[in-house]
Design a protein around this ligand. Sequence first.
Ligand SMILES: [Zn+2]
Length: 457
Amino acid sequence: MTDARQAALDYARQNNGRFLDELKEFLLIPSISTSPEYKSDVQRAAEWVAAQLRSLGMDNVQIMPTGGHPAVYGEQLKAGKEAPTVLIYGHYDIQPVDPIELWTSDPFKAEVRGDNLYARGSSDMKGQVIASFKAVESIVRTSGLPVNLKWLIEGEEEIGSEHLGEFIRNHAKMLKADFCINPDAGMINSDSPTITYGLRGLAYFEVRVHGPDRDLHSGLFGGTVHNPAQALAELIAGMHDKKGRITLPGFYDNVRKSSKEERAEIGRLPTTPKHFLKQTGVPALWGEPDYTPEERVSIRPTLEVNGLLSGFTGEGSKTVLPAWAMAKISCRLVPNQDPSEIQKSMVRYMKENAPKSIRWEVKNLNNAGAAITERDSIGVRAMSEALEQSWGKRPLFKREGGSIGVVVQLQKYVGVESVLTGFGLPEDNAHSPNEKLHLPTWRKGIDAFIHLFYNLK
Ligand SMILES: [Zn+2]
Protein backbone atom coordinates (compact mmCIF):
# COMPACT_ATOMS: atom_id res chain seq x y z
CA MET A 1 0.00 0.00 0.00
CA THR A 2 1.33 3.46 -0.90
CA ASP A 3 2.12 5.84 1.94
CA ALA A 4 -0.29 8.41 0.53
CA ARG A 5 -3.14 5.92 0.54
CA GLN A 6 -2.37 4.84 4.10
CA ALA A 7 -2.08 8.45 5.25
CA ALA A 8 -5.54 9.19 3.82
CA LEU A 9 -7.06 6.09 5.47
CA ASP A 10 -5.49 7.11 8.81
CA TYR A 11 -6.83 10.65 8.44
CA ALA A 12 -10.33 9.29 7.81
CA ARG A 13 -10.15 7.15 10.93
CA GLN A 14 -8.84 9.99 13.13
CA ASN A 15 -11.45 12.46 11.89
CA ASN A 16 -14.48 10.21 11.76
CA GLY A 17 -16.16 11.91 14.74
CA ARG A 18 -16.03 15.28 13.01
CA PHE A 19 -17.20 13.73 9.71
CA LEU A 20 -20.24 12.49 11.60
CA ASP A 21 -20.85 15.95 13.11
CA GLU A 22 -20.76 17.50 9.64
CA LEU A 23 -23.20 14.90 8.36
CA LYS A 24 -25.53 15.80 11.24
CA GLU A 25 -25.23 19.47 10.28
CA PHE A 26 -26.19 18.63 6.66
CA LEU A 27 -29.14 16.54 7.92
CA LEU A 28 -30.46 19.53 9.93
CA ILE A 29 -31.45 21.21 6.64
CA PRO A 30 -34.94 19.98 5.65
CA SER A 31 -34.29 20.00 1.88
CA ILE A 32 -37.60 18.39 0.87
CA SER A 33 -37.76 19.00 -2.86
CA THR A 34 -41.43 18.24 -3.40
CA SER A 35 -42.84 20.84 -0.96
CA PRO A 36 -42.86 24.52 -2.04
CA GLU A 37 -42.71 25.61 1.64
CA TYR A 38 -39.20 24.11 1.89
CA LYS A 39 -37.87 25.90 -1.18
CA SER A 40 -35.48 28.12 0.82
CA ASP A 41 -34.19 25.05 2.72
CA VAL A 42 -33.50 23.29 -0.57
CA GLN A 43 -31.53 26.36 -1.66
CA ARG A 44 -29.71 26.35 1.71
CA ALA A 45 -28.72 22.71 1.20
CA ALA A 46 -27.30 23.60 -2.23
CA GLU A 47 -25.26 26.37 -0.61
CA TRP A 48 -24.06 23.98 2.10
CA VAL A 49 -22.88 21.54 -0.57
CA ALA A 50 -21.13 24.31 -2.51
CA ALA A 51 -19.34 25.46 0.68
CA GLN A 52 -18.15 21.88 1.32
CA LEU A 53 -16.80 21.60 -2.22
CA ARG A 54 -14.96 24.91 -1.82
CA SER A 55 -13.48 23.76 1.50
CA LEU A 56 -12.17 20.67 -0.32
CA GLY A 57 -10.28 22.99 -2.65
CA MET A 58 -12.54 22.39 -5.64
CA ASP A 59 -12.45 24.95 -8.43
CA ASN A 60 -15.27 26.47 -10.43
CA VAL A 61 -17.83 25.65 -7.73
CA GLN A 62 -21.24 26.84 -8.90
CA ILE A 63 -24.85 26.63 -7.83
CA MET A 64 -26.38 26.27 -11.26
CA PRO A 65 -30.00 27.00 -12.10
CA THR A 66 -32.16 24.35 -13.75
CA GLY A 67 -35.87 24.58 -14.58
CA GLY A 68 -36.42 23.65 -10.91
CA HIS A 69 -34.10 23.32 -7.91
CA PRO A 70 -30.43 24.11 -8.63
CA ALA A 71 -27.64 21.62 -9.30
CA VAL A 72 -24.25 22.08 -7.64
CA TYR A 73 -21.09 21.64 -9.69
CA GLY A 74 -17.43 21.66 -8.72
CA GLU A 75 -14.20 20.27 -10.15
CA GLN A 76 -10.51 19.78 -9.61
CA LEU A 77 -8.63 19.02 -12.79
CA LYS A 78 -5.03 19.23 -11.64
CA ALA A 79 -4.01 15.57 -11.85
CA GLY A 80 -2.86 15.88 -15.45
CA LYS A 81 -4.09 14.74 -18.85
CA GLU A 82 -3.07 11.09 -18.35
CA ALA A 83 -5.01 10.74 -15.10
CA PRO A 84 -8.63 9.66 -15.46
CA THR A 85 -11.51 12.06 -14.80
CA VAL A 86 -14.19 10.84 -12.42
CA LEU A 87 -17.65 12.39 -12.18
CA ILE A 88 -19.36 11.87 -8.83
CA TYR A 89 -23.14 12.12 -8.86
CA GLY A 90 -25.29 12.77 -5.81
CA HIS A 91 -28.48 14.49 -4.70
CA TYR A 92 -28.96 16.81 -1.73
CA ASP A 93 -32.76 16.72 -1.70
CA ILE A 94 -34.78 14.42 0.52
CA GLN A 95 -38.23 12.84 0.80
CA PRO A 96 -40.97 14.31 3.03
CA VAL A 97 -41.12 13.00 6.60
CA ASP A 98 -44.80 12.25 7.16
CA PRO A 99 -46.28 10.39 8.91
CA ILE A 100 -44.22 12.26 11.49
CA GLU A 101 -45.85 10.48 14.47
CA LEU A 102 -44.17 7.22 13.42
CA TRP A 103 -40.67 8.66 13.96
CA THR A 104 -38.97 7.71 17.23
CA SER A 105 -36.80 10.86 17.15
CA ASP A 106 -36.87 14.20 15.31
CA PRO A 107 -36.26 13.41 11.60
CA PHE A 108 -33.91 16.38 11.23
CA LYS A 109 -32.03 16.22 14.53
CA ALA A 110 -29.98 13.14 13.76
CA GLU A 111 -29.72 10.72 16.65
CA VAL A 112 -27.27 7.83 17.06
CA ARG A 113 -28.87 4.71 18.52
CA GLY A 114 -26.62 1.67 18.59
CA ASP A 115 -24.81 1.35 15.26
CA ASN A 116 -27.26 3.57 13.41
CA LEU A 117 -27.78 7.25 12.78
CA TYR A 118 -31.48 8.11 12.47
CA ALA A 119 -32.57 11.05 10.29
CA ARG A 120 -34.35 11.78 7.01
CA GLY A 121 -31.77 11.66 4.21
CA SER A 122 -29.17 9.83 6.31
CA SER A 123 -29.12 6.85 3.93
CA ASP A 124 -30.79 8.42 0.84
CA MET A 125 -28.43 10.05 0.28
CA LYS A 126 -26.78 12.76 2.35
CA GLY A 127 -24.71 10.08 4.13
CA GLN A 128 -23.44 8.84 0.77
CA VAL A 129 -22.64 12.36 -0.42
CA ILE A 130 -20.71 13.07 2.79
CA ALA A 131 -18.83 9.76 2.42
CA SER A 132 -17.56 10.92 -0.97
CA PHE A 133 -16.72 14.44 0.35
CA LYS A 134 -14.84 13.03 3.34
CA ALA A 135 -12.87 10.51 1.28
CA VAL A 136 -11.70 13.40 -0.89
CA GLU A 137 -10.97 15.54 2.19
CA SER A 138 -8.84 12.71 3.60
CA ILE A 139 -6.82 12.67 0.38
CA VAL A 140 -6.42 16.42 -0.18
CA ARG A 141 -5.43 17.09 3.44
CA THR A 142 -2.70 14.43 3.37
CA SER A 143 -1.43 14.61 -0.26
CA GLY A 144 -2.94 15.50 -3.63
CA LEU A 145 -5.79 14.02 -5.62
CA PRO A 146 -4.46 11.27 -7.94
CA VAL A 147 -7.39 11.78 -10.36
CA ASN A 148 -9.31 14.62 -11.94
CA LEU A 149 -12.63 15.08 -10.27
CA LYS A 150 -16.02 16.57 -11.16
CA TRP A 151 -19.14 16.68 -8.99
CA LEU A 152 -22.79 16.93 -9.95
CA ILE A 153 -25.02 17.14 -6.89
CA GLU A 154 -28.65 17.75 -7.88
CA GLY A 155 -31.73 18.82 -5.93
CA GLU A 156 -34.60 17.07 -7.69
CA GLU A 157 -33.88 13.35 -7.52
CA GLU A 158 -36.75 12.66 -5.14
CA ILE A 159 -39.18 14.29 -7.57
CA GLY A 160 -37.97 12.42 -10.65
CA SER A 161 -34.99 14.60 -11.73
CA GLU A 162 -37.45 16.40 -13.97
CA HIS A 163 -35.06 19.12 -15.18
CA LEU A 164 -31.81 17.18 -15.03
CA GLY A 165 -31.98 15.72 -18.54
CA GLU A 166 -32.05 19.18 -20.09
CA PHE A 167 -29.31 20.38 -17.72
CA ILE A 168 -27.06 17.45 -18.65
CA ARG A 169 -27.70 17.98 -22.36
CA ASN A 170 -26.86 21.70 -22.05
CA HIS A 171 -23.66 21.03 -20.06
CA ALA A 172 -22.42 17.88 -21.77
CA LYS A 173 -18.91 19.26 -22.21
CA MET A 174 -18.60 20.35 -18.59
CA LEU A 175 -19.71 16.90 -17.37
CA LYS A 176 -17.46 14.88 -19.68
CA ALA A 177 -15.59 12.22 -17.70
CA ASP A 178 -14.16 8.72 -18.05
CA PHE A 179 -16.96 7.35 -15.88
CA CYS A 180 -19.46 8.39 -13.24
CA ILE A 181 -19.67 7.06 -9.69
CA ASN A 182 -23.26 7.06 -8.48
CA PRO A 183 -23.49 5.99 -4.82
CA ASP A 184 -27.31 6.15 -4.70
CA ALA A 185 -27.81 2.45 -5.42
CA GLY A 186 -26.91 0.86 -2.11
CA MET A 187 -25.84 -2.67 -1.31
CA ILE A 188 -27.64 -5.97 -0.83
CA ASN A 189 -26.65 -6.33 2.83
CA SER A 190 -23.94 -4.94 5.11
CA ASP A 191 -21.67 -7.87 4.33
CA SER A 192 -22.16 -7.78 0.54
CA PRO A 193 -20.72 -4.74 -1.23
CA THR A 194 -22.55 -4.39 -4.52
CA ILE A 195 -21.97 -2.88 -7.94
CA THR A 196 -24.97 -2.29 -10.18
CA TYR A 197 -23.90 -2.05 -13.81
CA GLY A 198 -27.12 -2.18 -15.80
CA LEU A 199 -30.65 -0.79 -15.78
CA ARG A 200 -33.69 -1.69 -17.78
CA GLY A 201 -35.55 0.77 -20.00
CA LEU A 202 -39.25 1.16 -20.67
CA ALA A 203 -41.82 1.39 -23.45
CA TYR A 204 -45.33 2.16 -22.21
CA PHE A 205 -48.53 1.75 -24.25
CA GLU A 206 -52.21 2.36 -24.01
CA VAL A 207 -54.10 -0.12 -26.21
CA ARG A 208 -57.75 0.62 -26.98
CA VAL A 209 -60.22 -1.69 -28.67
CA HIS A 210 -63.49 -0.28 -30.01
CA GLY A 211 -66.61 -2.26 -30.98
CA PRO A 212 -70.17 -0.95 -31.25
CA ASP A 213 -70.82 2.81 -31.08
CA ARG A 214 -72.47 2.41 -27.63
CA ASP A 215 -72.83 -0.20 -24.88
CA LEU A 216 -75.29 -2.85 -26.11
CA HIS A 217 -77.90 -5.15 -24.53
CA SER A 218 -76.09 -8.47 -24.23
CA GLY A 219 -79.32 -10.43 -24.73
CA LEU A 220 -80.00 -8.74 -28.07
CA PHE A 221 -76.46 -8.57 -29.46
CA GLY A 222 -74.27 -11.00 -27.48
CA GLY A 223 -73.03 -13.79 -29.74
CA THR A 224 -73.24 -11.65 -32.85
CA VAL A 225 -71.09 -8.64 -31.97
CA HIS A 226 -67.47 -9.32 -30.93
CA ASN A 227 -67.21 -8.11 -27.34
CA PRO A 228 -64.32 -5.57 -27.16
CA ALA A 229 -63.40 -6.72 -23.64
CA GLN A 230 -63.12 -10.29 -24.90
CA ALA A 231 -61.24 -9.21 -28.05
CA LEU A 232 -58.73 -7.24 -25.97
CA ALA A 233 -58.33 -10.16 -23.55
CA GLU A 234 -57.64 -12.47 -26.52
CA LEU A 235 -55.05 -10.08 -27.93
CA ILE A 236 -53.33 -9.71 -24.56
CA ALA A 237 -53.36 -13.47 -23.98
CA GLY A 238 -51.53 -13.90 -27.30
CA MET A 239 -48.69 -11.54 -26.34
CA HIS A 240 -46.94 -14.38 -24.45
CA ASP A 241 -46.53 -17.99 -25.51
CA LYS A 242 -46.88 -20.96 -23.19
CA LYS A 243 -43.26 -20.60 -22.09
CA GLY A 244 -43.67 -16.97 -21.04
CA ARG A 245 -41.88 -15.62 -24.12
CA ILE A 246 -43.18 -12.42 -25.67
CA THR A 247 -44.63 -12.93 -29.16
CA LEU A 248 -44.47 -9.38 -30.55
CA PRO A 249 -42.69 -9.71 -33.92
CA GLY A 250 -38.98 -8.89 -33.66
CA PHE A 251 -39.24 -8.18 -29.92
CA TYR A 252 -36.05 -10.07 -29.00
CA ASP A 253 -34.02 -9.13 -32.12
CA ASN A 254 -31.63 -6.70 -30.38
CA VAL A 255 -31.55 -8.17 -26.87
CA ARG A 256 -27.97 -8.12 -25.61
CA LYS A 257 -26.77 -11.65 -24.98
CA SER A 258 -25.34 -12.47 -21.56
CA SER A 259 -22.17 -14.54 -21.40
CA LYS A 260 -21.85 -17.64 -19.24
CA GLU A 261 -19.55 -15.67 -17.00
CA GLU A 262 -22.08 -12.84 -16.55
CA ARG A 263 -24.80 -15.35 -15.71
CA ALA A 264 -22.48 -17.03 -13.20
CA GLU A 265 -21.98 -13.64 -11.48
CA ILE A 266 -25.75 -13.12 -11.36
CA GLY A 267 -25.98 -16.60 -9.84
CA ARG A 268 -23.93 -15.38 -6.85
CA LEU A 269 -26.75 -13.01 -5.81
CA PRO A 270 -28.81 -14.12 -2.81
CA THR A 271 -32.08 -13.59 -4.69
CA THR A 272 -33.08 -17.25 -4.97
CA PRO A 273 -36.53 -18.45 -6.14
CA LYS A 274 -37.39 -18.80 -2.44
CA HIS A 275 -36.51 -15.14 -1.91
CA PHE A 276 -38.96 -14.10 -4.65
CA LEU A 277 -41.70 -16.33 -3.23
CA LYS A 278 -41.21 -14.83 0.22
CA GLN A 279 -41.06 -11.25 -1.08
CA THR A 280 -44.29 -11.56 -3.06
CA GLY A 281 -46.54 -14.09 -1.33
CA VAL A 282 -47.49 -15.72 -4.65
CA PRO A 283 -48.24 -19.49 -4.65
CA ALA A 284 -45.70 -20.13 -7.46
CA LEU A 285 -43.35 -18.13 -9.67
CA TRP A 286 -43.89 -17.69 -13.41
CA GLY A 287 -41.70 -16.88 -16.40
CA GLU A 288 -39.23 -18.11 -18.95
CA PRO A 289 -38.01 -21.51 -17.75
CA ASP A 290 -34.54 -21.09 -19.29
CA TYR A 291 -33.76 -18.18 -16.95
CA THR A 292 -33.62 -17.88 -13.17
CA PRO A 293 -36.07 -15.47 -11.50
CA GLU A 294 -33.22 -13.00 -10.87
CA GLU A 295 -32.27 -13.16 -14.58
CA ARG A 296 -35.90 -12.65 -15.58
CA VAL A 297 -36.01 -9.34 -13.66
CA SER A 298 -32.65 -8.06 -14.87
CA ILE A 299 -31.20 -9.35 -18.14
CA ARG A 300 -34.53 -10.28 -19.80
CA PRO A 301 -37.15 -7.90 -21.21
CA THR A 302 -40.77 -8.24 -20.07
CA LEU A 303 -44.30 -7.25 -21.06
CA GLU A 304 -46.80 -6.48 -18.31
CA VAL A 305 -50.45 -5.53 -18.22
CA ASN A 306 -50.56 -2.62 -15.79
CA GLY A 307 -54.31 -2.14 -15.83
CA LEU A 308 -57.54 -3.01 -17.62
CA LEU A 309 -60.75 -1.05 -18.07
CA SER A 310 -64.00 -1.96 -19.77
CA GLY A 311 -67.78 -2.19 -19.35
CA PHE A 312 -69.68 -2.44 -16.12
CA THR A 313 -67.56 -2.77 -12.95
CA GLY A 314 -69.91 -1.35 -10.30
CA GLU A 315 -71.79 -3.23 -7.60
CA GLY A 316 -74.54 -5.61 -8.68
CA SER A 317 -75.11 -6.84 -12.23
CA LYS A 318 -75.76 -5.18 -15.55
CA THR A 319 -76.01 -7.30 -18.70
CA VAL A 320 -74.05 -5.16 -21.06
CA LEU A 321 -71.78 -5.65 -24.05
CA PRO A 322 -69.28 -2.79 -23.68
CA ALA A 323 -68.48 -0.38 -26.51
CA TRP A 324 -64.76 -0.36 -25.81
CA ALA A 325 -61.95 -1.80 -23.71
CA MET A 326 -58.57 -0.40 -22.73
CA ALA A 327 -55.32 -1.83 -21.38
CA LYS A 328 -52.17 -0.10 -20.13
CA ILE A 329 -49.24 -2.27 -21.19
CA SER A 330 -45.57 -1.68 -20.44
CA CYS A 331 -42.41 -3.40 -21.56
CA ARG A 332 -39.23 -3.36 -19.47
CA LEU A 333 -36.41 -3.25 -22.00
CA VAL A 334 -32.82 -4.40 -21.83
CA PRO A 335 -29.75 -3.20 -23.74
CA ASN A 336 -29.80 -2.86 -26.87
CA GLN A 337 -33.56 -2.76 -27.41
CA ASP A 338 -34.79 0.54 -28.85
CA PRO A 339 -38.12 1.75 -27.43
CA SER A 340 -39.25 3.08 -30.83
CA GLU A 341 -38.57 -0.33 -32.43
CA ILE A 342 -40.62 -1.95 -29.66
CA GLN A 343 -43.48 0.38 -30.49
CA LYS A 344 -43.30 -0.83 -34.09
CA SER A 345 -43.36 -4.44 -32.81
CA MET A 346 -46.50 -3.71 -30.81
CA VAL A 347 -48.26 -2.11 -33.79
CA ARG A 348 -47.22 -5.00 -36.04
CA TYR A 349 -48.56 -7.52 -33.53
CA MET A 350 -51.90 -5.72 -33.47
CA LYS A 351 -52.03 -5.53 -37.30
CA GLU A 352 -51.32 -9.24 -37.61
CA ASN A 353 -53.61 -10.42 -34.82
CA ALA A 354 -56.52 -8.02 -34.33
CA PRO A 355 -59.76 -9.46 -35.76
CA LYS A 356 -61.83 -7.57 -38.37
CA SER A 357 -64.71 -7.35 -35.89
CA ILE A 358 -63.07 -4.51 -33.90
CA ARG A 359 -61.13 -1.28 -34.40
CA TRP A 360 -58.02 -0.59 -32.33
CA GLU A 361 -55.40 2.04 -31.54
CA VAL A 362 -52.03 1.96 -29.80
CA LYS A 363 -50.76 5.08 -28.03
CA ASN A 364 -47.13 5.27 -26.88
CA LEU A 365 -47.10 7.07 -23.50
CA ASN A 366 -43.53 6.79 -22.27
CA ASN A 367 -40.11 5.70 -23.54
CA ALA A 368 -36.74 5.24 -21.84
CA GLY A 369 -33.68 3.41 -23.05
CA ALA A 370 -31.85 0.80 -20.98
CA ALA A 371 -28.29 1.39 -19.75
CA ILE A 372 -25.27 -0.81 -19.32
CA THR A 373 -21.76 -0.20 -18.05
CA GLU A 374 -19.09 -2.57 -19.26
CA ARG A 375 -17.87 -4.64 -16.33
CA ASP A 376 -14.43 -4.71 -17.88
CA SER A 377 -13.98 -0.93 -17.70
CA ILE A 378 -11.63 1.15 -15.55
CA GLY A 379 -14.47 2.43 -13.38
CA VAL A 380 -15.96 -0.96 -12.52
CA ARG A 381 -12.54 -2.53 -12.05
CA ALA A 382 -11.33 0.22 -9.69
CA MET A 383 -14.58 0.28 -7.68
CA SER A 384 -14.69 -3.50 -7.47
CA GLU A 385 -11.13 -3.59 -6.17
CA ALA A 386 -11.90 -0.76 -3.72
CA LEU A 387 -14.91 -2.57 -2.25
CA GLU A 388 -12.83 -5.71 -1.91
CA GLN A 389 -10.06 -3.78 -0.14
CA SER A 390 -12.56 -2.28 2.30
CA TRP A 391 -14.77 -5.34 2.93
CA GLY A 392 -12.25 -8.11 2.35
CA LYS A 393 -14.49 -9.82 -0.19
CA ARG A 394 -15.40 -9.56 -3.84
CA PRO A 395 -18.48 -7.40 -4.50
CA LEU A 396 -21.66 -8.76 -6.02
CA PHE A 397 -22.52 -7.63 -9.55
CA LYS A 398 -26.10 -6.81 -10.30
CA ARG A 399 -28.33 -5.47 -13.06
CA GLU A 400 -31.32 -3.49 -11.85
CA GLY A 401 -34.86 -4.19 -13.00
CA GLY A 402 -35.98 -0.57 -12.98
CA SER A 403 -34.71 2.65 -14.52
CA ILE A 404 -32.73 5.66 -13.16
CA GLY A 405 -33.02 8.83 -15.23
CA VAL A 406 -29.59 10.35 -14.56
CA VAL A 407 -27.76 7.17 -15.60
CA VAL A 408 -29.58 7.01 -18.92
CA GLN A 409 -29.16 10.76 -19.52
CA LEU A 410 -25.42 10.73 -18.80
CA GLN A 411 -24.98 7.83 -21.17
CA LYS A 412 -27.16 9.42 -23.86
CA TYR A 413 -25.99 13.06 -23.76
CA VAL A 414 -22.41 12.84 -22.45
CA GLY A 415 -21.42 9.28 -23.35
CA VAL A 416 -20.50 8.60 -19.71
CA GLU A 417 -21.22 5.22 -18.16
CA SER A 418 -22.19 5.04 -14.48
CA VAL A 419 -20.88 2.70 -11.83
CA LEU A 420 -23.72 2.36 -9.34
CA THR A 421 -22.86 1.49 -5.78
CA GLY A 422 -23.37 2.94 -2.31
CA PHE A 423 -23.52 2.10 1.35
CA GLY A 424 -27.24 2.24 2.00
CA LEU A 425 -28.95 -0.99 3.10
CA PRO A 426 -32.38 -2.39 2.22
CA GLU A 427 -33.44 -2.07 5.89
CA ASP A 428 -32.48 1.63 6.12
CA ASN A 429 -36.15 2.76 5.75
CA ALA A 430 -35.37 5.07 2.84
CA HIS A 431 -38.52 7.14 2.08
CA SER A 432 -40.12 5.74 5.30
CA PRO A 433 -40.29 6.84 8.95
CA ASN A 434 -37.13 6.21 10.99
CA GLU A 435 -34.72 6.36 8.06
CA LYS A 436 -31.25 5.41 9.25
CA LEU A 437 -27.66 4.97 8.21
CA HIS A 438 -25.60 1.99 9.36
CA LEU A 439 -22.45 3.71 10.61
CA PRO A 440 -19.95 0.81 10.41
CA THR A 441 -20.97 0.36 6.74
CA TRP A 442 -20.69 4.11 6.15
CA ARG A 443 -17.13 4.16 7.54
CA LYS A 444 -16.16 1.26 5.27
CA GLY A 445 -17.72 3.25 2.44
CA ILE A 446 -15.44 6.24 3.11
CA ASP A 447 -12.44 3.88 3.00
CA ALA A 448 -13.71 2.34 -0.23
CA PHE A 449 -13.87 5.76 -1.88
CA ILE A 450 -10.31 6.51 -0.76
CA HIS A 451 -9.17 3.20 -2.27
CA LEU A 452 -11.09 3.92 -5.47
CA PHE A 453 -9.12 7.09 -6.21
CA TYR A 454 -5.76 5.43 -5.55
CA ASN A 455 -6.76 2.36 -7.60
CA LEU A 456 -7.20 4.65 -10.58
CA LYS A 457 -3.71 6.08 -10.30
ZN1 LIG B 1 -31.58 8.68 -3.60
